[in-house]
Design a protein around this ligand. Structure first.
Ligand code: NAG
Length: 193
């Protein structure tokens, strides 16, 4: 009985704290604050519009942030056939990867440290633009944050993935190719075409 209770407690804790969509690997439990203008993504899967998400969000993490960070935005519900989604297969699509984020000032009263970068790459901001689909279906735009290794020069295999393998982008393979550890914070929002 005791084992069962411990297991269910662990399962509940895991379910309630995942900030990545169900089925996504790696699972991330720390929340990435993602705010578009005045709209904060309060809970994973919150619905936003294309207009809401047109401009690059402000991001932040809880507590102090004394490292350098990499941000990624990836659509988990794209399609191998943009022109005719019905004829294609579901696929991921890499939108954005920005490097060199650092703390911008001290944590707010709520304990959130805003992160800023002046970099516009290695893959500049590309807003969610899901095509109209019949039936319409929400695309889960997943936001991931990594600690950026000191003096990080992006390995060429990882850069090739970023520049030319956006459709079907595999985050696990990217982590290995880029020499990163697992992401430290995540969040996702939905946009429907
Ligand atoms: C990513 O590639 C690995 C093999 O390196 C594979 O096991 C995994 O299923 C792939 N992930 C996705 C989401 O396709």
């Amino acid at each position: 009985m005791k084992t069962v209770n411990v297991l269910s407690a662990l399962l509940l804790a895991g379910v309630s704290s995942a900030q990545t969509p169900a089925g996504f690997s790696p699972v991330v439990t720390e929340k990435l604050e993602v705010t578009f203008g005045s709209k904060n993504v309060a809970t994973g899967g919150q619905a936003l519009t294309k207009a809401d998400t047109a401009r690059q969000p402000t991001i932040g993490i809880s507590g102090p942030a004394d490292k350098t960070y990499i941000y990624m935005l990836i659509d988990l519900d794209a399609n191998t056939n943009f022109a005719n989604p019905k004829a294609g297969q579901p696929a991921t699509y890499l939108h954005t990867v920005l490097r060199d984020f650092k703390a911008s000032g001290a944590a707010s009263g709520a304990g959130i440290t805003t992160l800023k970068t002046t970099a516009n790459g290695p893959v500049g901001w590309f807003a969610p633009q899901p095509p109209a689909e019949n039936p319409p279906h929400p695309h889960r735009y997943t936001n991931l944050l990594w600690e950026q290794p000191a003096n990080w020069q992006i390995p060429s295999a990882a850069n090739t993935m970023l520049q030319s393998q956006k459709l079907g982008f595999n985050v696990t393979n990217f982590i290995t190719a880029a020499g990163l550890s697992n992401p430290i914070a995540a969040n996702y929002f939905n946009v429907t075409g």
